[in-house]
Design a protein around this ligand. Structure first.
Ligand code: OXD
Ligand code: MN
Length: 643
């Protein structure tokens, strides 16, 4: 008997159900299904068992074990073109455009669940009558039922791809491995960009058996009718499930990246945060950048802003300050662990950028523009008659006479009154192509972190930058983060939402325990990074921005670096430490800055802010709020009352 049918005790129960079925015992078949690419003998017994049980459940026509090669990629792209899922963009080198079903364009937070035995392990308990906003819980039985309602036979007529991937450089002590089983070739092509994918990962698995199990199907609508064959999906029944106890992710019904590229939000953040909690490190929704000052001293900074608040732009900053250099390690996720010398070291677990396209331009992010026009898979941007792409912000690079087709495939012009590209349209592009990729971006030890930034879109009341008074205060600042809603998920409008640590959609376990975990990082012998809050988006009463942002943000980073070096360039304020009058270098700016407004603290605003945070903690976090965080809130309240 081949060894792969013995070792299934690692599998979730619903996958075990079908175990009794016949095994054909042929190495080019798995449960009687032909393996069209790759060989079973390259899989460890645990991986074989996972694949075998998923084959029984999903009943694909064939199984393709991905090797990550160029040839494989070309073949998949060809198939995707034939199926009408993508079109070539002949204006660029090896670039492609996918237009999705208009019902499948963003992450679906309301359909994303964490599965634990006890609800309390996964989410906080909101007060009576209040809807919880810190994640959704599902019981193991309900998860099993959800799977049984959707997955049996869902891959009939399709290929199941086995995608071995590493989050982080293959073999780094900070990296983790996953196996994604999917029926979407678009997902395979995207995973090849966003992760280290293929044979090298299977080889690594021979050394370390552990992997996160990821099962994904784009699904088929309950009606059985796929109206837009180029992009099958099942928006009505979409569900994204995470079971930390089994390192298991199950995603059904959506091909959109945040729901289908399971290494990203599902693994690197949700399951990642639970592994990090167990193992004593941090999995965070943060960019990582390196910055070198004119004296040649380099420091690394991480920053957490909610989705679509400019993380990619900051990670690729072109500093306006002379002789500063920014280099990019990552634009979305940081895995951070204190090393034996007490230094916090971070890796970017990803291998590519899945960035929001609209708003990216030669003016706002020339580095991204110089990254994305080769080897890139675009989704839901508009296309041009000369074989290129277009999105809001690209107006100045449009050649005269060029016609635009919008993300829905309809002719478009600027008088249409609707956006050409979907606001959450994306580029999926290799990080290695970034002209300012940091030389240490794949260092298996990670880069040393000196400062952590929190921030968001706050049109009113919140100054450009302030520093937390201590680690505890910094944890409070992260917990109290709020920002205007964006298009990255299903929300609409300009409401200010609480988004603690920019992790609200990505916590893998109870937010109160997450805060306690952050507080527990403060151990003797460790050099804790300083924590800051930044807001590029404060507006004047006429609605104009008070700060030009982009390259000028280097001035804020300069102040942060000075504070990391303990320069006394700050004054205490009720909310934290702010730059002294001449602490922030404003010399040579082309726009006149109203510094007083930019840094003004209004008692009425902060009284309301404290109330909003307090209500949020009370109604959403309740008894799970660590006392140290509550204490920080109370001291802020006292300081604001004395303003
Ligand atoms: C993302 C997000 O796609 O945060 O990075 O939604
Ligand atoms: Mn993100």
């Amino acid at each position: 008997m081949p060894e792969f049918i013995e070792k299934s005790n690692v599998l979730p129960t619903y996958l075990l159900k079908n175990k009794a079925q016949t095994n054909f015992g042929l190495y080019n078949h798995i449960r009687g299904v032909n393996i069209s690419n790759g060989s079973l003998s390259n899989l460890t017994s645990n991986v074989k068992a996972f694949v075998e049980q998923a084959v029984s459940l999903c009943q694909p026509d064939q199984v393709h074990i991905c090797d990550g090669s160029d040839m494989e990629n070309k073949l998949l792209l060809k198939q995707l073109v034939e199926a009408g899922t993508i079109v070539a963009l002949p204006k660029y080198e090896n670039c492609w455009l996918a237009r999705t079903n208009p019902g499948d364009v963003a992450r679906v937070e309301s359909k994303t669940f964490i599965c634990t035995e006890e609800k309390h392990e996964a989410i906080t308990s909101p007060s009576e009558g209040v809807k919880g906003t810190l994640g959704n819980w599902i019981s193991p039985n309900d998860m099993e039922e959800a799977v049984q309602q959707r997955f049996p036979g869902c891959m009939k007529g399709r290929t199941m791809y086995v995608v071995p991937f590493s989050m982080g450089p293959v073999g780094s002590p900070l990296s983790k491995i996953g196996i994604e089983l999917t029926d979407s070739a678009y997902v395979v092509a995207s995973m090849r960009i966003m992760t280290r994918m293929g044979k090298s990962v299977l080889d690594q698995l021979q050394k370390c058996e552990e992997f996160v199990k990821c099962l994904h199907s784009v699904g088929t609508p309950a009606s059985g009718v796929v109206e837009i064959p180029s992009w099958p999906c099942d928006p009505e029944r979409t569900i994204i499930l995470h079971k930390p106890a089994e390192n298991l992710i199950v995603s059904y019904g959506s091909g959109y990246g945040g729901n289908s590229l399971l290494g990203k939000k599902c693994f690197a953040l949700r399951i990642g945060s639970t592994i990090a909690k167990r193992e004593g490190w941090l999995a965070e929704h943060m960019l990582i950048l390196g910055i070198t000052n004119p004296a040649g001293e380099k420091k690394y900074i991480t920053a957490a802003f909610p989705s679509a608040c400019g993380k990619t732009n900051l990670a690729m900053l072109s500093p306006s300050l002379a002789n500063y250099k920014v280099e990019c390690v990552g634009d979305d996720i940081a895995w951070m662990k204190f090393d034996n010398n007490g230094v916090l070291r971070a890796i970017n677990p990803e291998n590519g950028f899945f960035g929001v396209a609209p708003g990216t331009s030669m003016e706002t992010n020339p580095i991204a523009m110089n990254t994305v026009f080769k080897n890139t898979l675009f989704t839901n941007v508009a296309s041009t008659s000369d074989g290129g792409v277009y999105w809001e912000g690209m107006e100045s690079s449009l050649a005269p006479g060029v016609q635009i087709t919008d993300w829905l495939g309809m002719p478009w012009d600027k008088n249409s009154g609707r956006p050409a590209a979907h606001p959450n349209s994306r580029f999926c592009t290799p990080a290695s192509q970034c002209p300012i990729i940091d030389p240490a971006w794949e260092d298996p030890e990670g880069v040393p972190i000196s400062a952590i930034l929190f921030g968001g879109r706050r049109p009113a009341g919140v100054p450009l930058v302030y520093e937390a008074n201590s680690w505890e205060h910094g944890v409070f600042v992260g917990a109290a983060m709020r920002s205007e809603a964006t298009a990255a998920a299903e929300f609409r409008g300009k409401v200010i939402m609480h988004d603690p640590f920019a992790m609200r959609p990505f916590f893998g376990y109870n937010f109160g325990d997450y805060l306690a975990h952050w507080l527990s990082m403060d151990k003797s012998g460790r050099s804790l990074p300083k924590i800051f809050h930044i807001n590029w988006f404060r507006k004047a009463s006429d609605g104009s921005f008070l700060w030009p942002g982009y390259g000028e943000n280097s001035r804020v980073l300069e102040w942060i670096l000075k504070r990391v070096d303990n320069e006394p360039c700050y004054v205490d304020s009720p909310i934290g430490r702010m730059p002294t009058k001449d602490g922030l270098n404003l010399s040579g700016m082309s726009t006149q800055i109203d510094v007083n407004r930019l840094f003004s603290l209004e008692k009425d605003f902060w009284t309301e802010e404290v109330k909003a945070i307090s209500t949020y903690f009370e109604t959403q976090v309740g008894a799970d709020l660590p006392p140290a965080v509550n204490e920080e809130l109370k001291s802020l309240e006292r300081r604001v009352a004395e303003m």
